[in-house]
Design a protein around this ligand. Structure first.
Ligand code: UTP
Length: 460
């Protein structure tokens, strides 16, 4: 057994859990390295990892029965349109009184995109080259102006990208937002395990950990003190979105209005699944009456393909990770700090530091999912949105859900905005981008605007 007199108990714990291989390079470590490795080990909940590893070997089917969740559909008749107008007016009132904050989760590793740096720095603007963070910041800034208030922006990072994110946003002066309205905090990390249930070394003095999933955001909000700060500012609703969707409507008065009028704990946006095997979770109502999301991988094939008599998919309402959380509800479930959402287990390739250098190994990563908070609600609303208007995830460098597809979707949306306002678009125009600082929705586009006769058009 290695020796480090002041940390005897901890070292014993590591040996008791048969994880002593983390000391493989002990003799080569400096004092600072030894102490860093022990600090790393100190933060580990060994019992939790043992439990998760046992679960990793078993399949975890959804144990309860479920049916499709109810949702508010896209309005068609006059009466539904009136309901939407009333929701919009109510939501605008909530925003105006400064009760809404925007919350982006940006702690993910973005491994599919393969971009070197935090995903929020990725230049997605098809003409302007603006980064995802800039587009989000400008939407929040413009919403603040439109509703005569200052909307705080909460940003969750993780250990790997926190410093870069903080530095980037400061160097770009928060894209015009007041620094006091920007709250940046990292999420927690959890160690991954190799196929044999052993901890993995990232370097001789560090244990490999991954961010604890977007579901870690709710605990991180509370633990970082940001939830308390929001309460202090009079925030009632936190508008949650993912960093990689440039089409997201961050401050949406209709959505906020339905949430407010319905007295919901969480409200969620959903969209019609495009085809049965589409890889998005679906909203369901479990047999105990709670609302939740069943991941695509957990929805048996026969249920994926099941259709109602009108030919529509029975489980049709897909979740796109856009939610409103009421601050009262978040305080209740986090109790000011911890929140124990379940961990999901994924088999992944992980870089491990071995005696012969770095090597890719098979292992398990553990992540919490934010939609697991849904069954904790008493009142929940799902609002259907039009996919092309609000959803353009940037996950891959090309193909499906890629930078290219997002840019095309953005151009197509801005074209629809101009068409809807009767503003002519010269045939030569290929790429079209409208700055959030000019318009947040079609109705904001000034009718007098002229579109130049060039291939790439940027309206600001
Ligand atoms: P994804 O599930 O797409 O993961 O995250 P990712 O890490 O960004 O990308 P891949 O899978 O490695 O390619 C959806 C959203 O949740 C955030 C991401 O930043 C993104 O906004 N997220 C994910 C976190 O904030 N923390 C996490 O631990 C995981």
């Amino acid at each position: 057994m290695i020796s480090y007199p002041s940390r005897k108990d901890l070292i014993q714990r590591v040996y008791d859990h048969k994880q002593e291989h983390i000391f493989a390079f002990w003799d080569r470590l400096s004092d600072a390295g030894k102490s860093a490795l022990l600090d790393d080990a100190e933060s580990i909940d060994f019992d939790l990892l043992t439990r998760l590893y046992t679960q990793a070997g078993q399949s975890t089917p959804v144990t309860m029965g479920f049916e499709p969740a109810p949702y508010i559909p896209i309005p068609s008749g006059a009466e539904e349109l009136r309901r939407f107008d009333s929701a919009r007016a109510a939501g605008a009132g909530v925003i105006r009184r400064g009760a809404v904050a925007a919350f982006v989760v940006a702690g993910g590793q973005g491994s599919r995109l393969g971009f070197d740096g935090p995903k929020g720095l990725f230049g997605v603007g098809s003409v302007s080259g603006k980064s995802l963070f800039q587009i989000h910041a400008e939407k929040i800034l413009q919403s603040s102006k439109k509703y005569g208030t200052s909307i705080p922006w909460l940003i969750m990072t993780s250990r790997a990208n926190h410093e870069d994110t903080v530095r980037y946003l400061a160097s770009r002066r928060y894209f015009g937002l007041d620094e006091r309205d920007v709250y940046i905090f990292p999420q927690s990390m959890i160690p991954s395990l190799d196929a044999g249930g052993r901890l993995i070394l990232e370097s001789p003095s560090a244990i490999f950990k991954n961010p604890d999933g977007h579901g870690g955001s709710l605990g991180a909000l509370a633990e970082s003190g940001t939830l308390a700060a929001m309460r202090e500012r009079g925030i009632e609703i936190i508008s949650y979105f993912q960093v990689d969707n440039p089409l997201v409507s961050i401050i949406d008065p209709v959505f906020i209005g339905f949430h407010e009028q319905g007295g919901a704990d969480i409200s969620s946006k959903g969209l019609m699944k495009a085809y049965p095997s589409e890889k998005i979770g679906v909203f369901v109502r479990f047999d105990d009456g709670t609302i939740g999301v069943v991941e695509y991988s957990d929805l048996p094939e026969h249920l994926q393909n099941l259709r109602d008599t009108d030919g529509r998919l029975r489980f049709c309402m897909g979740s796109i990770a856009i939610h409103l959380f009421s601050v009262d509800f978040l305080e209740k479930i986090t109790g000011g700090s911890a929140l124990s959402l379940p961990f999901h287990i994924a088999r992944k390739k992980i870089m491990s530091h071995t005696a012969s250098g770095p090597a890719e190994i098979e292992g398990f990563k553990f992540e919490k999912f934010v939609f697991d908070a849904l069954p904790l609600t008493e009142k929940n609303i799902v609002l259907e949105i039009i996919r092309e208007d609000e959803f353009a995830p940037v996950k891959n460098p090309s193909g499906v859900d890629s930078v290219e597809s997002a840019r095309e979707l953005m151009t197509a949306l801005f074209r629809r905005w101009l068409d809807g306002r009767g503003i002519p678009i010269p045939p030569r125009v290929k790429r079209l981008e409208i700055s959030p600082l000019l318009a947040l929705e079609a109705a904001d586009v000034p009718p007098s605007i002229k579109v130049p006769d060039t291939e790439n058009v940027y309206l600001e």
